[in-house]
Design a protein around this ligand. Structure first.
Ligand code: SF4
Length: 357
């Protein structure tokens, strides 16, 4: 671990194993005061932390290689780091040699994937985020009750595929408010809606409003499906965006919650907003005339990548960093049961929780 101080901030960071390339941005003149507003919460959520530690501990327990179905979390840096330690990422279980260990990603899997792994006699470790598992259970329950489920989410996203797989013939996917008008439903008085965990809260509520207009008796989920981490990061960036000339979101292109943070920033006042995986993707011209830069990161992003962005912004004269805190997070999930004990049978400290950053 390394400890950094940046303005008023002091953050403990995991040491990067796959270093990023620094950007070396130029200092450019602006008329006012250059500053950074750093959104908090940002970065790792409890489900991502648990999933990444699960792969690390599986490598410790069983030795390399450990196979992982799909990206364990949607972040290229995390995946590259785990690959460098011996993880092998595959698309489907039939690519894994029989009898091997396989970790299911934080986004969850359908029952068909679980069966496919069992058929190949794979030792499966399920790193599905418990908040995704909650949605799976809702889908099963409502499916068993004979309800028809409207799932709000993005086609092709692994979480959506996993959730739909739990009530396949009873689920219809809706991706945005506009698609509600096209729905053809046989039994409109028997509907319930669920959602992907990483959507825009505002857009989802608009989709629900339209669903209620068309299907007044549609039932709500028992509790929010959009998870605490997605909601908290959106609230924080909304506050930052109102004062930002530019917002930089650290996160990968396939990270739903990272992409949503760019959209939310633009909708709430940021004059420009961009997503980058690494600091070296920040373009010099983005900073032309910019006084206030907002910075945040998606729920699958290690803090070290944000630190590198702040270092490069400091080179460009943005040395005044203020954290904008809208919530405190202390949620931690216990590890998958196979990984809670160390090799001597003792409960590993990480088995009861995880890193917070
Ligand atoms: S973003 Fe939410 S649902 Fe996804 S892993 Fe994190 S806590 Fe779980």
């Amino acid at each position: 671990m390394s400890h950094i101080t940046n303005g008023a901030l002091a953050i403990d960071l995991p040491t990067p194993r796959v270093p990023a390339v620094r950007n070396r941005l130029r200092d450019t003149p602006v008329t006012g005061h250059k500053r950074v507003l750093l959104a908090a919460p940002r970065g790792y959520c409890a489900g991502v932390d648990r999933a990444v530690i699960a792969v690390e501990k599986a490598l410790e327990h069983y030795g390399a290689p450990v196979y992982v179905r799909k990206q364990i979390v949607h972040n290229v840096h995390v995946v590259a780091t785990l690959e460098s330690q011996g993880a092998i990422f595959v698309d489907e279980v039939d690519e894994v040699p029989e009898g091997s260990h396989i970790v299911f990603s934080a986004h969850g899997v359908s029952p068909a994937v679980v069966k496919g792994a069992a058929d190949r006699k794979l030792e499966a470790i399920d790193a599905t985020c418990p908040l995704v598992t909650k949605v799976h259970r809702e889908a099963v329950r409502f499916g068993n009750q004979g309800r028809h489920i409207i799932l709000i989410g993005h086609a092709g996203h692994e979480e959506v595929e996993g959730t739909m797989g739990h009530a396949l013939d009873r689920t219809t996917l809706v991706q945005n408010p506009g698609e509600v008008d096209d729905l053809v439903i046989d039994d409109p008085d028997n509907l319930v809606w669920l959602s992907q965990t990483t959507l825009s809260v505002d857009e989802t509520m608009e989709t629900v409003r339209r669903l209620r207009e068309r299907f007044p008796s549609i039932q709500n989920p028992p509790s929010d499906d959009i998870c605490y981490a997605t909601q908290n990061r959106q609230v924080a960036i909304k506050k930052v965006a109102t004062e930002a000339d530019l917002v930089i979101v650290v996160g990968s292109a396939n990270s739903s919650n990272s992409v949503r943070l760019v959209e939310v920033a633009l909708e709430h006042g940021a004059k420009a907003a961009y997503r980058v995986d690494y600091t070296n993707e920040i373009r010099q011209e983005w900073l032309d005339g910019v006084e206030t830069v907002g910075v945040t990161s998606g729920a699958s992003v290690p803090e070290v990548l944000v630190k590198e962005v702040l270092d490069d912004l400091a080179d460009a004269g943005y040395i005044d960093v203020a954290e904008v805190v809208t919530a405190e997070e202390d949620l931690m999930f216990s590890l998958p049961k196979e990984l809670r004990k160390d090799s001597s049978g003792q409960i590993d400290a990480r088995g009861l929780g995880g890193r917070t950053r």
